[in-house]
Design a protein around this ligand. Structure first.
Ligand code: SF4
Length: 308
């Protein structure tokens, strides 16, 4: 291996929504003891899930797996109102770890639906966040994931149509889709601020800067993590070979042949210790470690009142 430089993107890794969600679960176990139940993966990372399981957290897919009256946490991706109602019916003590930036999209969906708008939600089919948002106004929302779907898209009233987006999309692709939607529906309205969250935007911008300096880019993250997958795509769009690795064991040394500079970043749900292990792996093999800082993040979200 001839890798001389390992360049670390900054910002990378945990965003404020993930920090809050993980804190909610850890503090809940500390305060009420186990078992504490979590619906779905609290954030999309198996390492995070495993370490919480070791602390006594029980992850479930459906609410009927949770004994009546137990304490249940909703994941950072948010849930639809039907899930909230089901939890109420089972008299579950609910703690909400939904990222406030996802909650904001839910609020926008409700507001638009109340004004009888047709809502076009740009997102990835089957992603928990999209399922939750659609559940806020199922009769008003149509989901699309590609530009090709725009041609055949029908809305109730083309004068009253608005778009919303999943928070973890590619900024560039989404912009293209919004432009195409505007051509199809000139009256299209959108959220006052972009729904793609600050953490997704910042991590993609950091990868773009990294792509100017390195030969390949590794992204630490999980297969089902939307924002991690977008980082790999972003690097490839800039002509840089890129791979998603779940941890240090995912490194394939054939990728490193003839490579002198490696870029490293991580998705918003990947713990920093996984990045540290990759850094150690390269440093042990003689690579000089550098940081490339593209911005400082100061966003923090407060905990639910029950845990403050
Ligand atoms: Fe919130 Fe963005 Fe983090 Fe998702 S990636 S939890 S929307 S801050």
């Amino acid at each position: 291996m001839k890798v001389e430089r390992l360049v670390l993107a900054s910002p990378r890794g945990f965003c404020a929504g993930v920090v809050r969600a993980v804190n909610v679960v850890e503090l809940a176990v500390e305060k009420w003891g186990s078992p504490v139940y979590v619906r779905g993966e609290i954030v999309h990372n198996p390492h995070v899930v495993r370490s919480l399981q070791e602390k006594g957290v029980v992850f479930v897919d459906e609410l009927d797996q949770v004994p009546e009256g137990s304490r249940l946490i909703f994941s950072a991706h948010g849930v639809s109102p039907t899930v909230r109602q089901a939890a109420e019916k089972r008299k579950l003590k609910v703690l909400d770890a939904t990222c406030p930036l996802v909650t904001k999209v839910h609020r926008e969906a409700k507001k638009l639906a109340a004004k009888d708008y047709s809502i076009i939600l740009i997102g990835h089919e089957g992603h928990e966040e999209v399922i939750g948002t659609m559940g806020e106004a199922p009769e008003h929302i149509e989901m699309i994931s590609s530009k090709d779907e725009i041609v055949s898209l029908e809305v109730e009233n083309s004068e009253k149509v608005a778009y919303l987006t999943q928070t973890t999309l590619s900024v560039a692709d989404t912009r293209e889709m919004i432009d195409a939607l505007k051509k199809r529906f000139p009256a299209l309205e959108g959220p006052s601020a972009e729904d793609i969250c600050y953490a997704t935007q910042n991590r993609q911008e950091a990868v773009r800067a990294l792509a100017e300096q390195v030969d390949i880019i590794l992204v630490v993250g999980a297969e089902n993590s939307s924002n991690s997958q977008r980082l790999v795509e972003e690097a490839r769009k800039h002509g840089i070979p890129s791979w998603l690795i779940s941890d240090v064991y995912g490194i394939d040394t054939t990728w490193l042949e003839e490579v002198s500079a490696v870029g490293l970043t991580s998705g918003a749900s990947a713990p920093e210790r996984l990045v540290d292990e990759v850094v150690t792996w390269f440093a042990d093999r003689g690579a000089k470690v550098e940081q490339l800082v593209t911005c400082e993040e100061k966003v923090r979200f407060s905990l639910p009142p029950e845990l403050r």
